[in-house]
Design a protein around this ligand. Structure first.
Ligand code: ZN
Length: 316
């Protein structure tokens, strides 16, 4: 029975559309840029304008999406968090200050995410189920992050990009949804979509990867992910739709990586929205819980040796 339900998910594959709501001056590439208070203030206002545009477009296509908010942005733009929540979009956490995990110890991480979660829950009046680490920075060396997220009450995570990359990525992780174990805790993991070409796995799930490839390439990869895993998790950022934004003072390579393809993104997103069926990340996580035992398990750090299969998982 469980297997039959699983197969029906595979046939009806749906896209999980997500947005990481951060200001462009908070991204990893900008961390050493000296920016004025005016520049940063304008950058927050630009987030508001892009989110307003996203709201209108999603409404036009009747699509609901998952918005992972940086706490500092949500605090300034609480009216937008509230509006999205009222319109049945999902609100998730993306860190209070968008600090990557490699910059924090376990205590700092827990404080940062606890504040992020509390602010969002105060704004919407509802518990937050999902988390995405800034710069996909949950790595093999950070099993404590899973423990901490579990103890803070999260149900699912979307921080493991199963690819080879210079800054992030765990290439050995499964392509589709899986059970992520760290310490004594377990979370449901919804990884960004990839395209498997023989032994090569290409990132096509969002950000610079999605901006770089023409849409038809992303389509082929997304359709394969839907067929193979039942879901395709995509992620975008508000600044990726902001065509006339002032540019950060970056090196040539970083400038190319940050801004390539932005002028096509509004058109790409709208073409894309008409082609697929969509589901909120929290809804996908609930569906997956029904056949959780059949999902692959991926262990961080020494979790496997310590715990075997005796982990705590949260079912809803
Ligand atoms: Zn981010």
């Amino acid at each position: 029975m469980k297997a039959a339900r699983h197969e029906s998910h595979l046939r009806d594959g749906r896209v999980i559309l997500s947005f990481d709501i951060e200001a462009v001056h908070q991204i990893e590439a900008a961390r050493h840029c000296a920016l004025s208070a005016d520049w940063r203030s304008e950058s927050y206002q630009r987030v508001a304008r892009q989110v307003e545009w996203l709201r209108r477009v999603l409404d036009r296509y009747n699509v609901r999406a998952t918005f992972f908010w940086v706490g500092k942005v949500a605090w300034r733009l609480a009216y937008l968090v509230r509006a999205l929540h009222r319109e049945k979009h999902e609100v998730g956490c993306h860190g209070w200050s968008h600090r990557a995990l490699w910059d924090m110890n376990p205590e700092e991480f827990t404080k940062d995410i606890e504040l992020n979660k509390r602010i969002l829950e105060n704004i919407t009046g509802e518990p937050v189920a999902g988390f995405r680490a800034p710069t996909f920075s949950i790595s093999q060396e950070k099993p404590w992050a899973v423990q901490s997220l579990y103890e803070l009450g999260f149900h699912y995570d979307s921080s493991i990009y199963p690819i080879v990359h210079d800054r992030y990525g765990l290439a050995a992780a499964p392509r589709g949804p899986f059970r992520l174990v760290g310490g004594t805790a377990e979370l449901l993991e919804l990884p960004p979509a990839t395209w498997q070409l023989g032994p090569v796995r290409l990132a096509i799930g969002g950000g610079g990867h999605f901006r770089f490839w023409p849409l038809f390439i992303c389509d082929v990869g997304i359709r394969q992910a839907l067929r193979d895993t039942g879901y395709a998790m995509l992620y975008f950022h508000p600044w990726e739709f902001d065509t006339d934004q002032p540019k950060l003072p970056l090196s040539l390579f970083r400038r190319w990586r940050t801004y390539t393809g932005i002028k096509y993104m509004r058109g790409k997103l709208q073409r894309f929205l008409g082609q697929y069926q969509f589901v909120l990340a929290s809804q996908a996580a609930k569906e997956l819980d029904r056949h959780r035992a059949s999902l692959p398990v991926f262990y961080l750090g020494a979790a496997k040796a310590e715990m075997g299969k005796q982990t705590q998982g949260r079912l809803t």
